[in-house]
Design a protein around this ligand. Sequence first.
Ligand code: CA
Length: 229
Amino acid sequence: MSTAKILVVEDEEPLGVLLQYNLEAEGYQVEVVPRGDEAEIRLQENVPDLLVLDWMLPGVSGIELCRRLRVRPETERLPVIMLTARGEESDRVRGLATGADDYLVKPFSTPEFLARVRALLRRAKPEILSSVLTVGDIVLDRDAHRVYRGRKELKLGPTEYRLLEYLMQNPGRVFSRGQLLDNVWGETIYIDERTVDVHIGRLRKAINSGRGPDVIRTIRGAGYAIREG
Ligand code: CA
């Protein structure tokens, strides 16, 4: 099971559609944008787990976008797979030097593409693909769909479970209410941001009741995070 979010930046529409279809079939959450400048704005709002980036794009080129991402703290370690129609060795070296983690020359096969995505996620974000997440004394077992603190099983509602799973995938990272709505509830639904506070409250109650320190941090004016370790 995988809930990784992948942003695909590709201006060739049929290829964008194909990549989205195949990635979604693997269980990833996928968004496709056709322009480099649009992708840059999108990445300032929300950072995905992996970026598939075409080299030649309208607006801002893939290579320039990748360079800019590497100087921002929020995206300096974002896993990036670069796509290109060119196969020259010098370009390949330049792509990797600009900070892409991997590189695929078009045309490539779907199995090859999916294998590269999986390999990069496993390398860069092992917690996304692992079936058991652990933060401090909290253990979330995705296969069994159960959560424990210490040895005691916690009873969580479905939304609290997804919220905890998401926070545990990114320990220490602070998420705004809007980002949590996007990533836990999904972007198609309109929900008031205060809903996040309600569910964080329920989650806190379920996790904390008499079982040690509060593991969820509230960062005033910024949002929520789960404490690392
Ligand atoms: Ca292109």
